[in-house]
Design a protein around this ligand. Sequence first.
Ligand code: FEO
Length: 163
Amino acid sequence: MLTKKVEEFCNRQIEREGYSSNLYLAMASWAEAKGLSGIGAWLYAQSDEERAHMLKFIKWVNERGGNALIPEFKKPPVKYKGIPEIFAEVLKHEQFITASINEVLEVAIAEKDHATTNWIQWFVKEQVEEESSAQQIIDKLNLAGQNGVYFLDRDIMKLRDND
Ligand code: FEO
């Protein structure tokens, strides 16, 4: 059984994972409309993963005797400056999500909720991967210089191989 506090923080995370999904969906659509279908495909796949993260939290809350609430989501930006700016934003957003997951974990520990403390380790590990894949893309863009966006669009889906 979740305590009220753990339930509240898990519900906050449901909103944050759902917003992440919509944010990456907005970025995917923007990239695709610019003709960058490879980068768009990566962002669509990322959006799907975030929806799966939201669902994991929904299922966990309900399974543990809580009530998962489906919130309203803030509208993500519709315009982006460019691909480097998008990936800088992805990394910044993932760092925010990592901090948020750590807060849920800290609340679970404080509330002596060993089940949630154990369950959420999957997300702790996932966040290491998410930050590192965003960083990897930024590094590749920086290395490739002027034609970086072109090469990234061509090759980015290969970076998802170990997902
Ligand atoms: Fe679900 Fe990318 O954090």
